[in-house]
Design a protein around this ligand. Structure first.
Ligand SMILES: NC(=O)c1ccc[n+]([C@@H]2O[C@H](COP(=O)([O-])OP(=O)(O)OC[C@H]3O[C@@H](n4cnc5c(N)ncnc54)[C@H](OP(=O)(O)O)[C@@H]3O)[C@@H](O)[C@H]2O)c1
Length: 317
């Protein structure tokens, strides 16, 4: 229910189009709001403001995970923001404290997520950060997938996803036939497009939606090649800083920031159904969402990729 005690978010154009998520029948939005870090860093009132701005823009996809430690804050803020009925809420279950993906942990974790998020059912439940070495635990007899399919049957969530950096695990999810979407991470950005080589075409051939996380490559494609630039959330290697500098030069000629180009690159790909970003304030979210209006064509992105001169390193196993 809408909380009438809070002033309404200033109206802004509803620029985020809907995204139909394949056979699940869910309809979310081309841009999703990720809740990995920022809900821990802002007040409850500010989190409510960010969600209101998101809904006002047309964002209907909210991405969180048990591992982020933000589910409780997100649950409270969504309630006070008056989350719309058609919001698609995604959370994730990963490994337990012993780094094992188990059936028991899956059930416990999903039940806890529902409680923290204050909902009876999740729209999407992803398996989180599964690597090649976990495939037996996840897909084997008595493993996590088997249990999650029971939970899905019991109505605890509607749609199963695989959200990971591991292209090997994403391929396993696609070929298993029991996943409803996959979520790529840093494998489709201006610095690395490895997901486009095999994983995205494989998923599309089976009508599986692609959710793409972290188009800023954590965070150098947001900051640009600044002295303390970070890539995949750690100090950026010199070669990645150089690649970014060359992409920035193309962006400067096109009159756009590298952050706008980085998000627009994911948004313009018709095979990417939802792109997920974070934003710690309503203004930052509105500014980032304006990438929908960026005057960039496929040829401009090709020029940026050519300037990068190759792909930055990522983990894919
Ligand atoms: N395996 C997976 O499925 C997976 C992996 C990663 C992420 N995700 C999802 O995708 C979402 C988006 O990921 P993301 O990587 O774009 O962003 P993120 O982890 O949500 O982080 C974005 C936030 O980082 C802040 N930030 C920007 N530059 C920074 C810097 N140099 N140092 C520290 N913080 C900085 C930004 O703050 P300001 O807004 O204040 O600028 C922004 O709010 C996540 O929230 C999560 O939901 C999923």
């Amino acid at each position: 229910m809408q909380d009438q005690s809070q002033p309404p978010t200033p109206s802004s154009a509803r620029i985020v189009p809907p995204a139909r998520l394949g056979r699940s029948g869910l309809v979310s939005s081309r841009l999703g709001l990720g809740c990995a870090g920022w809900p821990r860093q802002v007040s409850h009132a500010q989190a409510v403001e960010v969600f209101r701005a998101a809904f006002d823009l047309g964002i209907r996809h909210i991405d969180v995970a048990e591992k982020y430690g933000t589910e409780e804050a997100v649950g409270r803020a969504l309630k006070d923001a008056g989350a719309p009925q058609d919001m698609v809420l995604a959370s994730k279950v990963g490994a337990d404290e012993q780094h094992r993906f188990t059936a028991d942990y899956a059930r416990m974790s999903v039940e806890r997520s529902l409680k923290l998020l204050q909902v009876d059912r999740l729209d999407i439940l992803h398996i989180h950060d599964c690597g090649a070495k976990h495939l037996e635990q996840v897909f084997g007899p008595g493993g996590m997938v088997e249990e999650l399919l029971k939970l899905k049957e019991e109505g605890l969530f509607k749609s199963l996803g695989m959200a990971t950096w591991s292209l090997t695990a994403l391929k396993a999810a696609i070929t298993s036939g029991v996943f409803d979407q996959i979520q790529t991470f840093h494998a489709y950005t201006l610095l690395n497009q490895q997901a486009a080589q095999e994983v995205i075409p494989m998923a599309k051939a089976r009508d599986l939606p692609i959710l793409n996380n972290g188009p800023y490559a954590g965070y150098i494609l947001m900051s640009g090649a600044v002295p303390d630039a970070r890539y995949q959330y750690g100090p950026a290697p010199a070669e990645v800083v150089e690649m970014t500098r060359r992409i920035e030069a193309v962006c400067a000629r096109k009159g756009v920031s590298i952050a706008t180009a980085a998000l627009a690159f994911s948004l313009q790909n018709p095979d990417v159904d939802v792109t997920v970003i974070g934003a710690s304030s309503a203004d930052k979210l509105r500014e980032r969402a304006a990438a929908f209006n960026a005057p960039l064509t496929r040829a401009d992105f090709d020029e940026m990729l050519a300037a990068a001169g190759g792909m930055a390193p990522i983990h894919t196993d």
